[in-house]
Design a protein. Structure first.
Length: 342
């Protein structure tokens, strides 16, 4: 078979491990030839390709990012783009496509099924918010990066008796904030799942400091929402999938905390630092398992499906189920974090 591979959406550690596993399994076990599409669906629309083989994938396992490049291009938002996708796949003689991405990339893959495109999905989202899989690769690496940052913020906060606000990724789900907040010993964790009251946050910090603890870490997910009428946030631009570009709540929060409490407050926005660098061992192994399972699914004809982790095993679920509902943080886990607040 001739199999195409693409990576879409935001990059994250582990993408190259998936590509490497797909290529090695496909070439050595099945005798397939592989072709990579540059920059996600944009590369399929434009016919921008590169050859993938075992030699081209040597040394990429520990590398972050993706050798194929990525983008947030949505063929369904561009005139004639879906027809171009179908025409490109026919022209380069691709029998099946492996799409590695999150809800948006895989949502496009599911829609293309009606146009006769044979796709198998691999779940990728640093936010860990795909409901059909227990965890996605890249998430554990992001949590470790955020935890390391919080550990460092503790020491400088203690040296200056400051409040430190650490903003992490999480547009709709606060998995990174919750895990890193618990692991890093944060005084407060603010997530999109539960609206926060800025007055309550400040009261917590005042009580904490009145007990002689003059340094506090507040971890906030980029998509955290204040209760209506309590704090004004600027609205950002939308991407090709209609998502508001988040980021900046940490700055607003730090300014409000300092104004309302009188405590010197600083903000650190981790941003794309969470996406970059070497994947953890866990993410390398999970990504490799997903890649092997994806090419096996192609040869089993399991199209319009996604590989997923459930109960420690790699299984297959429909793409419709994979993108149908976001996985948000269990309230019980948020309450575990709350034990240590204040």
């Amino acid at each position: 078979m001739r199999v195409g591979v693409l990576t879409g959406g935001g990059d994250c550690p582990g993408l190259n491990a998936v590509i490497r596993a797909v290529v090695r399994r496909a070439e050595r076990h099945y005798g397939d030839s592989l072709i990579g599409f540059r920059d996600g669906w944009k590369g399929v629309i434009e016919g921008n390709t590169q050859t993938l083989d075992v030699e081209a994938c040597r040394g990429i396992l520990p590398k972050g990012g993706t050798i194929l490049g990525s983008s947030r291009t949505n063929p369904y938002k561009l005139d004639g783009a879906v027809d171009e996708v179908v025409a490109t796949l026919k022209r380069v003689e691709v029998d099946a496509l492996i799409a590695i991405g999150g809800e948006d990339t895989l949502g496009v893959a599911h829609k293309l099924e009606s146009s006769g495109v044979k796709v198998v999905g691999v779940p990728k989202t640093i936010d860990n918010d795909l409901s059909a899989t227990e965890v996605t690769f890249g998430f554990h690496t992001a949590v470790q990066i955020a935890t390391d940052a919080i550990d460092r913020l503790h020491t400088t906060a203690e040296s200056h008796d400051r409040v430190m606000v650490c903003e992490v990724m999480g547009r709709h789900a606060g998995w990174i904030a919750t895990y890193a907040g618990i692991a890093g010993g944060a005084a407060e964790v603010l997530v999109p799942e539960e609206e926060f009251d800025i007055d309550e946050v400040c009261d917590f910090l005042k009580r904490r400091h009145s007990q002689g603890r003059f340094a506090s870490i507040v971890v906030v997910a980029e998509g955290a929402k204040p209760k209506e009428g309590t704090l004004a946030l600027a609205s950002g631009e939308k991407d090709a999938f209609g998502h508001v570009r988040r980021g900046g709540i940490g700055t607003v929060l730090a300014e409000e905390i300092e104004k309302r409490t009188g405590f010197e407050t600083r903000v650190t926005i981790l941003g794309h630092i969470q996406r970059g660098g070497t994947p953890t061992a866990f993410d390398r192994v999970l990504a490799t398992r997903f890649g092997v399972a994806a090419i096996d699914a192609v040869h089993d004809g399991a199209f319009d499906q996604m590989v997923a982790l459930q109960g420690g095993q790699i299984v297959r679920v429909t793409l419709e189920a994979a993108v149908g509902q976001l996985k948000t943080v269990d309230p019980d886990l948020v309450h575990v974090a709350e034990v240590f607040f204040g």
